[in-house]
Structure formats: structure tokens, C-alpha cells
Design a binder for this molecule. Structure first.
Ligand code: ZN
Length: 208
């Protein structure tokens, strides 16, 4: 939920409970900012529903934690029901020569995000419901691994990887040889952060 959506939500809340929304302008600004941070991961529709459920069961003014607690329960429940099978060949954007590259990570992540937010229903197999598929760890690629993989799967005309990938990114914290990620949501980026390129150039300058 972004700031505009928080303002809409607070507007709706003020219709049912005039104790929640601050009346002083400066306080209201601070409140919007605070709610936007607390509810950044929560979709507006879900928050609206959570507000309704809160007032159905409580006489207290709603607070962000009442919404995030309901959201966490929902996410936990959805991910627990997700079996987590992932078939790279169902994703045409994944390069079979580079199965564990950016496209793979991006497809895996977007699938899980869709389940988390409810855009997609969890894929469940009743006999596997349990702890399966809760965590998906992508092992960090080491220099040795990448060299071995490149030797095993040479690819003609493979575009040269951005040279700055050789250094750790100071903007998003990605380790060397890992793609940059968006700072807010951790999405894999196609390009790299400017400060990573600067860091690489500085390192080259120092070496020369
Ligand atoms: Zn970066």
C-alpha cells in the first residue's frame, strides 16, 4: 500500500470511527507516514477488509498492528499451503542455458509474491501440506561455481556480463556476482546501481 492508498484507507476509517484519524495537520501527516511504513506490504483491499473485521470484533480504535497481524496470519497460511514446486520449463523467459540466472530468480520470486498477496491461489497437494515449500533459498553463486558453470555450458555470443558485477553493490547490498535488487522489494534488476558501477571503476582505478 502506498501513501495515496493509506490516505484513502484512513478516509474510510474516519467514516466509521472518528477517534483514529488525527485532526491536526502536522499530526495527520506524521500518521500517514507512519501507517504507510507499517502497511507497505499490505494490499489496500486486504487492509479495508481487515478494518471491517476489526470493528466487527473490537470496540478499540484500529491501529496498524491490528491490520499487519491479520496480514501475517494470512501470508503464513497461504505459504504453508504452497507446495512450492517450480518448473523452470513452464517459464519461457528462462534461458535453458542459464537456468539459475536472473530470469529464474525473478520467476520464482514473482510466483511466491503472487501467492503471498493472494493474486494466485497456493498450489497444494493435500498429502504434502505441511512444511514443504516454505523456504526457497537461492544459494549464493561463488566464483568457482560460476567458472565451472561457464565451462560446462559455454554459450556462443553470450553478452558480456556487466563488469561491475564483480564487486559488492553498496546501494542494495548484493554480493559480488549476484544481480542488483531493488532496495524496497528485493526484485532482481536488469541493470546495476550507479554506485556499483562507481565502486567498480574506483577499484579499477586503484588497481591501475
Ligand atoms: Zn545494487
Amino acid at each position: 500500500m502506498d501513501v495515496q492508498e493509506v490516505i484513502r484507507l484512513l478516509g474510510e476509517i474516519s467514516l466509521v470511527d472518528d477517534r483514529v484519524v488525527k485532526t491536526d495537520e502536522a499530526e495527520q501527516k506524521a500518521q500517514v507516514r507512519m501507517w504507510a511504513v507499517a502497511l507497505a506490504e499490505v494490499p489496500l483491499d486486504f487492509a479495508g477488509e481487515a478494518v471491517g473485521r476489526h470493528y466487527a470484533e473490537s470496540a478499540w480504535p484500529i491501529m496498524p498492528k491490528d491490520i499487519t497481524a491479520k496480514w501475517r496470519d494470512t501470508v503464513r497460511d497461504r505459504l504453508a499451503r504452497q507446495v512450492g514446486t517450480f518448473e523452470p520449463n513452464h517459464h519461457p523467459e528462462i534461458d535453458p542455458d542459464d537456468q539459475y540466472g536472473n530470469a529464474y530468480v525473478a520467476a520464482l520470486r514473482s510466483g511466491r509474491t503472487a501467492v503471498m498477496t493472494g493474486a494466485e491461489q497456493p498450489h497444494e497437494l493435500p498429502e504434502l501440506v505441511g512444511r514443504v515449500g516454505r523456504t526457497v533459498d537461492v544459494a549464493p553463486a561463488t566464483d568457482g561455481y560460476l567458472a565451472a558453470k561457464n565451462a560446462l555450458f559455454p554459450k556462443a555470443n553470450r553478452p558480456a556480463a556487466a563488469p561491475e558485477l564483480a564487486v559488492h553493490c553498496p546501494a542494495c547490498g548484493s554480493a559480488a556476482n549476484r544481480p542488483c535488487q531493488s532496495v524496497q522489494r528485493g526484485r532482481v534488476l536488469r541493470g546495476t546501481h550507479g554506485s556499483r558501477r562507481d565502486a567498480y571503476e574506483a577499484q579499477q582505478g586503484a588497481a591501475a
